[in-house]
Ligand binder design. Structure first.
Ligand code: AMP
Ligand code: MG
Length: 293
């Protein structure tokens, strides 16, 4: 139940992007036959895709393990407004992979040390090794989003960052990275609903941040900042996907598909044996009993 064309449907930019024209409740590319319970359908579809994600990831991991010069790796960048579903996506989609080959890093408010370095410093330290699927829960894009909206640096400074980001990502791709940049697109109404849910459930208090309510008043500023990112930082080798994310079941299914497509583009194979397997079998079958004492 994978949908091979989803990356084409969800790609935005480069050039003018009208986020307001993308309905966060829409479900682009969804097969006709999802039945009466789309959530159940999505769970089954993701489990099925998950088997293939796992296999692809294993080939990637094995290739790097076998060849010290192997360069390929995946980097998924997740961006969203608060409550946009980054954590849920990681749990439901990335959770299908073998944890040994996954590297997940979240980026919050920079520490004093991080602030004393150029903004890409902490990003470069968090990059996945060859053979690994890296996931950024927020990313270098915060440095042209929250930083811009809150005027944490002069306009000139964040303005220069689009070019720096493009050069940085070009370099990553040249080094063997497959980038999957995803904006989870939610509506203000859905965000309000999710914030209220966090307030109603004591086990979710830890996710609630009073400043999220203040941030809501800056919604249009954030959408404008996001539109700029999508317009200016989405060349063919590092495109942006906007995933409508008001429906969690669609969001998970769509991101699983985007990741599967990315792994497919790497044309992975299992590394062949660097030994004679028939000869090895003969050796094992012909050996005398191994004394365990
Ligand atoms: P959360 O994802 O809920 O843990 O929140 C992380 C917070 O860190 C968000 O409010 C982000 O906007 C903020 N944040 C992330 N990166 C930066 C940055 N470079 N500068 C300032 N704030 C940031
Ligand atoms: Mg938060």
């Amino acid at each position: 139940m994978a949908s091979p064309g989803l990356s084409k449907l969800l790609r935005v930019g480069p050039g003018p992007v009208d986020l307001a024209a993308i309905d966060p409740r829409s479900t682009p590319g969804l097969p006709k036959k999802v039945g009466r319970d789309p959530k159940e359908w999505s769970r089954a579809a993701i489990a099925e895709i998950g088997v293939e994600l796992f296999r692809q990831q294993e080939m990637l991991f094995a290739s790097a393990k076998e060849h010290p010069e192997y360069r390929k790796r995946v980097l998924m960048v997740l961006q969203a407004m608060d409550c946009g579903g980054k954590d849920g996506t990681i749990k439901n989609v990335i959770g299908q992979l073998n944890p040994q080959g996954v590297h997940i890093v979240g980026f919050g408010k920079p520490t004093a040390e991080e602030l004393s370095h150029p903004f890409l410093w902490r990003i470069k330290r968090a990059l996945p090794a060859a053979g690994v699927v890296g996931v950024f829960n927020r990313s270098h894009y915060e440095d042209v989003l929250v930083v811009r909206v809150h005027e944490l640096v002069p306009a000139r400074t964040w303005g220069d960052r689009f070019g720096q980001i493009n050069r940085f990502e070009r370099q990553l791709v040249d080094e063997g990275y497959e980038l999957v940049k995803v904006m989870l697109h939610i509506s203000p109404d859905e965000q309000r609903k999710r914030l209220l849910e966090r307030l109603e459930d004591p086990t979710k208090f830890w996710k609630y941040n009073p400043s999220d309510v203040d941030e809501r008043s800056r919604w249009p500023d954030y959408q404008a900042a996001y539109a700029d990112v999508l317009e200016r930082c989405g060349p063919d080798h590092a495109p942006w996907y906007v995933v409508p994310a008001d429906r969690k079941w669609y969001r998970n299914w769509a991101v699983a598909n985007l990741l599967l497509e990315a792994l497919g583009r790497l044309k992975l194979t299992y590394p062949p044996a660097d030994f004679d397997s028939a000869e090895e079998r003969r050796r094992l079958e012909g050996e005398r009993q191994v004394n365990s004492s």
